[in-house]
Structure formats: C-alpha cells, structure tokens
Ligand binder design. Sequence first.
Ligand SMILES: Nc1ncnc2c1ncn2[C@@H]1O[C@H](COP(=O)(O)OP(=O)(O)OP(=O)(O)O)[C@@H](O)[C@H]1O
Ligand SMILES: [Mg+2]
Length: 379
Amino acid sequence: MALRDKASDSSADSVDGRGRTIRLENLTKTFNNGQVVAAEDIDLEVRSDEFAVLLGPSGCGKTTTLRCISGLDIPDGGRILIGDETVTEAKPKDRNLAFVFQRISLYPHMSVRENMRFGLDMKTDLTKDEKNTRVEESAEMLGISELLDRKPADLSGGQQQRVSIGRAMVMEPAAFLLDEPFSALDANLRDQMQTEIKRLHRNLETAMVFVTHDQEEAMSLGDKIVIMNDGRIQQVGSPYEIYDEPTNRFVAEFIGSPSTNMIDCVVERQDGEVTLSNETFSLSLPEEMADDLDSNDGETVTLGVRPENINPVPDGLFEAEITLIEPQGSLDTVFLTSDDLDIRALLEKGLVESENTTTGVDFSPEDAWLFGRDGERLL
Ligand SMILES: Nc1ncnc2c1ncn2[C@@H]1O[C@H](COP(=O)(O)OP(=O)(O)OP(=O)(O)O)[C@@H](O)[C@H]1O
Ligand SMILES: [Mg+2]
C-alpha cells in the first residue's frame, strides 16, 4: 500500500487499514447565487477507524456535505482533504471514494458478478484472476456469494443494496460515503443491514460517512455522530455524549424518543437561592447549580427534561392529569397535563394505570438541562 509521507500527529492515517482520514475545513456550499446556504463552515474529521453519521432533519445539508466530499459538488469555500491530499476541487474519479445511494442503480442486464466487477474493468488494469478474487471475497463478506450469477431483478431490495455495497467495496476505496442507503428497506431488513454495515466497517478499517435523518439508525451505527441543522454542525460526539450532554436545545430535542420536554420558567433570585418558576411549579435549584447559573432575576430560561427522567410520585413537584397512555412494549409513554403544561413521561409498563386520573409528577434538577433564549446550554 503506497501511503505518502504522513503527518506525525495522532490524526495520521491508519497504517493497518487501507482507508484514509477525511478532513473538512470550514466547508461552505451555497446554491442559487448564495441565496441558499446548504452547508456552512463545516469542520469535521473522520479517521479510517471511524464510522461517522451525519444526522439532522430534512434539508439540513447532509447530502450536500457528502456530495462535496465525493466531488459531485464543489464547495464555495473551505478545504477537503483525503489523507494528506487536498482534493477540494478534484474530480470524483480522482478521489477514490465509494458512494452508495438510497436509490439502487445496478445494471439490469448484467449478473451480480458482472455488476460488481464493472468498476474494476473500467478503472483498473488488474488481471482477470485478481478481479475475480476481489469480487468473490467481497461477496463472501456480504453474504451474497450464492447470488453472483443472478440478475438484479431476481434479488430482494436488501440483496440489491448488498450488491451496491459490494460494487463499491471491490474498488478498495479510501472511504465509503453512504446516503440513506437503507431507507427504502423494511424495518427488519434495515436492522439487519445496519448490523452488517457496522461489522463490515470494523473488518475493512475504512472510514464511513453515513447520512440519515433517523436518530435510531444514527445511534446504532455511529462512533461519531454529527448533528446538523440549517447547514451547520450543532454537535459532534459519541452516541452517549449527544444523548447525555447535548450542547444546545436543538440537539436535546432532536435526540431521544419521545422528545425531551421543554419547559419555560422564570429565574427568581432571592438571598442567593435560585428558583425556576412557572404557572405550574416552583423548582429550587441545588446550591452548586445555582452558583453556576449566570442568568438574571426575571430572565426566561427553558428546562429540558427527558421523558425517562419524569417520575410519578404521590407528592411531587406538581399534580397532573394523565391524558393518554401509549404502550411501547416494556415501557409506556404517558402524556401528562397540568394547567398550560403538557409533558411526556416514559415509564415502566403499567406503572400508571388509567387515563383520566391524576398523579403527582416529579423530576430532579440534576437530571435536567437549562437552555437560554438563544437555545445554548446554560447548565
Ligand atoms: N442543487 C441544488 N440547488 C438548489 N438548492 C439545493 C440544491 N441541493 C440542495 N439544495 C438545498 O440545500 C439545502 C440542503 O439540502 P440537502 O439535500 O443537503 O439536505 P439533506 O439534509 O440531505 O435533506 P434530506 O434529509 O431531505 O435528504 C436544502 O435547503 C436544499 O433545498
Ligand atoms: Mg439528503
């Protein structure tokens, strides 16, 4: 494997794997003469041993970012590096990256084997035996060896998508770019493909950048989750970090199901004590939280509390009516209403019994986050 001189820092390319590190520096891409800012100031590094997932709502710039990495779009500003090489304006074919889309596009008149070998025929001068070996090894890893002589029309959606991945794998790319590759598959098959692609990543040691708007898919796949909104990165972290320590209100609400409860309160300061109040309750902050909070008396802040941290108790912070119970298997989502406040609790199955009764509701301030009016995290 011919790797160039590598930077001596810790982010240098993995020597064992054949993948390369991808780096985006201040990447910006606009459309319509700058009127649509699809990606703005994106800074990101994905090492060859990392599985990165770009996650965010529709239109947040995931595909645009991926297309810039692939070379299908050229950014307006910033830099893209693959390994030590700057490829910002290089043609897609000169980047040696594999792109797998949601829409599967296999050649219908070719067998699986021919589809998988096609790129090798076009772009390499490997011998016939070398090509066959690559195709067969990749097919083996993807569990499609017995399908090599079939035509795409005779395959299921999941099998076709495996062939698409195999077609990319044989090229031994520097990294894989996958844009919602499993979103057209049914739920069971999608689960199975997720497990397989993650295993494949561990075996290949090649960077993967995977786009999805599905948080569950992102959490189960990603080592590094990149949350985007409005063309900007909101947070980069492990699945645990983004779940436990969201940096802003957007991330807190976007991650987790049911979504985090957001409860507006007014800060009341008296004799060094801080209370967060609204029409429904008054919550005293523990001393260390009160000390850390910079907000002024009378300022509006938002408490973020995960439904899993809301507890039904006899004497709680406030009384609420149970308006709806949605069974989730081992858990129930319970909808609670008190005055103007509507919140959701995720409770053990059967913990509260019937709709249209009341319960005490409690949560601990230590289990809550506090956000300012600009959505940034205060505590
Ligand atoms: N070729 C284009 N011309 C004009 N605007 C574009 C173009 N491609 C994307 N956009 C706009 O850029 C923004 C980001 O689009 P992008 O396709 O990257 O979003 P996405 O996060 O992939 O969304 P989705 O989850 O719906 O696929 C959107 O506002 C979109 O309308
Ligand atoms: Mg997209």
